[in-house]
Design a protein around this ligand. Sequence first.
Ligand SMILES: NC(=O)c1ccc[n+]([C@@H]2O[C@H](COP(=O)([O-])OP(=O)(O)OC[C@H]3O[C@@H](n4cnc5c(N)ncnc54)[C@H](OP(=O)(O)O)[C@@H]3O)[C@@H](O)[C@H]2O)c1
Ligand SMILES: *[C@@H]1O[C@H](CO)[C@@H](O)[C@H](O)[C@H]1NC(C)=O
Ligand SMILES: *[C@@H]1O[C@H](CO)[C@@H](O)[C@H](O)[C@H]1NC(C)=O
Length: 293
Amino acid sequence: MAYLKKYLLPIFVLFLAYYFYSANEEFRPEMLQGKKVIVTGASMGIGEAMAYQLAKMGAHVVVTARSKENLKKVVAHCLELGAASANYIAGTMEDMTFAEQVVVKAGKLMGGLDMLILNHIHKTPMTLFANDIHLVRRSMEVNFLSYVTMSVAALPMLKQSNGSLVVVSSTAGKIPFPLIAAYAASKFALDGFFSSIRKEYSVTKVNVSITLCVIGLINTDSAMNAISGIIDLQEASPKEECALEIIKGGALRQEEIYYGNSLWTILLLGNPGRKILEYLTLRSYNMDKFINN
Ligand SMILES: NC(=O)c1ccc[n+]([C@@H]2O[C@H](COP(=O)([O-])OP(=O)(O)OC[C@H]3O[C@@H](n4cnc5c(N)ncnc54)[C@H](OP(=O)(O)O)[C@@H]3O)[C@@H](O)[C@H]2O)c1
Ligand SMILES: *[C@@H]1O[C@H](CO)[C@@H](O)[C@H](O)[C@H]1NC(C)=O
Ligand SMILES: *[C@@H]1O[C@H](CO)[C@@H](O)[C@H](O)[C@H]1NC(C)=O
């Protein structure tokens, strides 16, 4: 009972305050006007849709993916839609030197960085895990390690701008599903890594927000092809709206956003158990020795 009073009650009040506060903030497209944004995996799908949303809001965009031809078209359309500037850098995120260089070059092109949107993924078919360790390594490199590499390269610029890191994950990065073990591993890893450094930023007063996007089924060509004949009767949400919700989440500096999930999924994934344990665990840490100046 004493425990309940000491911990649970204050935590509950904190949650209420937090939800009340975050619900009060309102998104305005002007928030992105003139902002400098990198979008990865932007040659098609949700990434392409994000580039167009940002362009309409008058942002500077640098898009990246492997296919140069697609990126050229995306850049041209961004300029038509009103982007403050639009450029592309083509290459593969299997190469960590490229991942780092994209950030450096984009920073030079735009003169800084306000938002890094990490969205690309290695294409994976839905199938039983058949001892394909190569696929696991590739998925971890492209879907996880390159995200870490890019965020490391971007951090100095993001610190300067009080900027935002936006990490596109999946419902499959919160709940295990069959047939996508390698993909799931990389998406769970994103939660582990980025939710962990979010705690460090909060303690060490690094004012860079981290938004983890928990996305359900979206109507991109890749996703529709991947599930075809395997998952039926699934309603896919529109990629344009998904793109907008991801950008909103980043601009409002939210820790997590949920899009394209059922109400039940969102309610159950709210996971108060995890939040309470996070809070209680941190209390027993002596973080002072890690705080400089
Ligand atoms: N669609 C869904 O139902 C769904 C559901 C949950 C989460 N998500 C998440 O949403 C994000 C986007 O998904 P999407 O459906 O829009 O995917 P998509 O249409 O397949 O687009 C993937 C993007 O990644 C790029 N890419 C692939 N391999 C790459 C590599 N080695 N190096 C650099 N870029 C590479 C692709 O361009 P190139 O081929 O030109 O390189 C493309 O631009 C992903 O993080 C995904 O996990 C999607
Ligand atoms: C970043 O935030 C700090 C503290 O709120 C503020 O003093 C500073 O001017 C901000 N910098 C930018 C570029 O917004
Ligand atoms: C962090 O940056 C945001 C965006 O510039 C700003 O609104 C906020 O006041 C800053 N917070 C702190 C604690 O500096």
